[in-house]
Design a protein around this ligand. Structure first.
Ligand SMILES: [Zn+2]
Length: 91
């Protein structure tokens, strides 16, 4: 019998479809019966969806790169010229 702790531990594998069909079915059965885990799965699925939607946008990476460079300058560290960029550089 799957309990809430097991579901919580495996939730990301579940959402990433990185488990066997049998395992999914066991967790599905628990989620159908358990309101807490149902909410958890729904929340995490929505979270994952948002992260996926955002992380592939160049804007997100460029913004992160700029903030990283700014933070390094603040610390008196010269940011390297080779921070990863999202645009392919011409040779
Ligand atoms: Zn549960």
């Amino acid at each position: 019998m799957t309990d809430c702790t097991t579901v919580g531990r495996q939730i990301w594998d579940y959402l990433d479809h990185e488990m066997t069909a049998e395992r999914r079915e066991v967790i599905n059965a628990h989620i159908r019966a358990c309101r807490d885990c149902f909410s958890l799965v729904r929340f995490d699925a929505a979270f994952l969806q948002r992260v996926r939607a955002v992380k592939d946008t160049p804007l997100f990476v460029d913004d992160l790169r700029q903030r990283l460079a700014a933070a390094m300058r603040e610390q008196g560290v010269a940011p390297p010229d080779t921070l990863p960029t999202t645009t392919a550089e011409s040779p």
